[in-house]
Design a protein around this ligand. Structure first.
Ligand code: GAL
Length: 410
């Protein structure tokens, strides 16, 4: 019994030390016992273990000395006390799990997103590559400190999608195609080619103004966060290409999504070595950019944004059974007057856990007057049966092991 009281006291003490405890909404999904082997979860798990140990000791003692709980051999333990003991145990386990949820790192849409150095993540218009258990986030690095005339791409890594470690500025390049001082390198996306063992980066390369160059730039690297070497630029399948998106299907096939201003937006398969765009799969005759694709429960969902530059607009989605179409009509992903809560799509990330699959909407909240301060809107989508909806942004956590999400009570 002493051990049980001790374990409860420890929990209380530790809980008091964590004032930012994350609330678990009633009816929302809390992590299952043993979920997430992170240090924070280990704390809850070790407390749970202590409780189980304490209870087991009590049980053992009872078995060894049936009268141990008699008071002077005259007063027997009241049955109500046993129920109390059981309730205390249940509360303790639930408390441990709540504590675990409380300790899960939080994703805060629209806020500054500090990396391991305490600096705002610079990975705008970005994409994610997953290798084993690690996620790599690549995006436009628009730091004020970048040398004039250079365009940069940064790479960060994370094992929980909330806390990011700066790895490297993997591209810092000066105008390789003589496009002028204001040339742009936007929306970098990295694919890993298992056959060639090369990391291949695509990005939109252009000259500022009319964006007439309308091409993709291709870079390669032998390591995920090394210096990517500029290889070439070209117009995919001889079409104009501005905003690009990346998509790797469940069978591993890699696709580039690109906006072709005169026609709409296209989905095209990369060559075996990923160094070129090989074959068009579909032209969606709708003038959209910020193309993002996901394959979820047998349906493809595509999101696109209207062509309003840095200003947000109501992003829309369509569905199809096959990438080649036919695609459904486009519908709003959020109330149209909210303009996608000030953001623009860049990617959808599917996280498949032991209990459920979460699809994350990744969007950029652009700040054209100070691009380094542009923010991110990452939110789990409500998705399924041909419907997709972006809920109102709020802080949330993801249990990568189970795939479940938890929203913070407002
Ligand atoms: C947006 C595009 C951004 C950037 C911007 C420039 O439409 O998505 O990546 O190119 O225009 O105005």
């Amino acid at each position: 019994m002493k051990r049980l009281i001790l374990a409860l006291a420890t929990l209380k003490r530790r809980k008091r030390r964590a004032p930012n405890a994350f609330d678990c909404n009633v009816g929302s999904l809390c992590p299952s016992p043993g979920a997430r082997p992170s240090g924070r979860f280990n704390l809850a798990n070790s407390l749970t273990k202590r409780l189980i140990l304490a209870l087991a000791t009590l049980k053992r003692r009872k078995r060894r000395a049936p009268n141990a709980f008699d008071c002077g051999g005259s007063v027997k333990l009241h049955p109500l006390l046993s129920v109390c003991r059981l309730l205390a145990a249940l509360c303790f386990v639930a408390g441990g799990q709540l504590l675990a949820a409380a300790e899960m790192p939080v994703i805060r849409p629209g806020e500054l997103w500090p990396d391991n150095r305490g600096q705002h993540v610079e990975a705008h218009g970005g994409g994610i590559l997953k290798l084993a258990d690690t996620y790599y986030w690549f995006g436009e690095d628009r730091s004020e400190t970048n040398a004039r005339g250079t365009r940069c791409v940064a790479c960060y890594s994370s094992t929980n999608l909330a806390e990011w470690t700066f790895r490297n500025q993997v591209v810092h390049l000066t105008d390789p195609e003589n496009l002028g001082r204001s040339w742009v390198l936007e929306r970098p996306k990295v694919f890993y080619n298992a056959k060639t063992k090369k990391f291949v980066m695509y990005a939109h390369i252009d000259g500022l103004g009319q964006y007439r160059f309308a091409s993709v730039a291709v870079f390669t690297c032998d390591t995920v966060d090394g210096q990517y070497q500029y290889l070439k630029s070209f117009r995919p399948l001889n079409h104009e290409s501005r905003d690009i998106g990346q998509f790797v299907d469940d069978d591993g096939t890699a696709y580039l999504i690109f906006e072709d201003r005169p026609f709409g937006f296209r989905i095209a398969k990369l060559s075996d070595d990923y160094l070129t765009v090989e074959k068009e799969v579909c032209l969606i005759p709708k003038h959209m950019e910020g193309g993002a694709l996901v394959h979820y429960q047998g349906l493809y969902y595509v999101i696109g944004s209207a062509l309003t530059g840095w200003s947000p607009n109501p992003n829309q989605y369509a569905t199809a059974k096959s990438l080649a179409g036919p695609w459904s009509e486009f519908k709003d992903i959020a109330p149209p007057d909210k303009n996608t809560y000030g953001s623009q799509s860049t990617m959808m990330l599917k996280v498949t856990g032991t209990k459920t699959t979460t699809v994350i909407f990744m969007g950029d909240i652009w700040k054209p007057s100070l691009q380094s301060d542009s923010r991110y809107l990452w939110m789990p989508l409500q998705i399924g049966d041909g419907k997709l909806w972006l809920p109102e942004p709020q802080p949330w956590s993801l249990d990568l092991k189970t795939g479940e999400t938890i929203f913070k009570t407002p």
